[in-house]
Design a protein around this ligand. Sequence first.
Ligand SMILES: [Zn+2]
Length: 195
Amino acid sequence: MRSTARGGRTLVLTFDDGPGPATADVLDVLAQYGVKATFCQIGPQATANPAMVKRILAAGHRLCDHTVHHLQPFAALTHDQQAQEIGPAKDMIARAGGPGTPVPWFRAPGGGFTPANEQVAATFGMRSLTWTVDSLDWTKPGAAAIVAKVQSELRPGGVVLMHDGGGDRTETVAALRQLLPWLTAQGYGFDFPAE
Ligand SMILES: [Zn+2]
């Protein structure tokens, strides 16, 4: 599933591996530009920081299940192990967000999707959320390199992978400050994934 909900000249911004220390900074930049994004969260981190999960929701962003332990290669786990990573994480994220919190999507760690784990996610009511542009921000190549990669690879309907967790995200936040006005100037609208 790679398409945006609305189609046209839109994109989906996704932030993985949070909530973490950089999530507040990411939210501040998104708010500055009026941009909505999708956050793929690790279950226990959501449990540990329910206030941040609620802040994400209150700002109009949406949530995605990024498993309990972020094990890789995810596709190599047994079916039961994968189910234990997917279902409980959704519960943790939903509980952190409060009653009625939707978690419509699942993203396998490292993009390790298989037909079997996508089916598991479907039984929990979630669609698989892949990406079309890997910003490689987690490799810390410098903000300019993150910006350039997104600028060169993004096409309308694209899904951009970035990270608000998993380590120091200073470069990610700096890249966002450049990317959001550029994307807006390019005529892009910000969307959620198709459900
Ligand atoms: Zn991840």
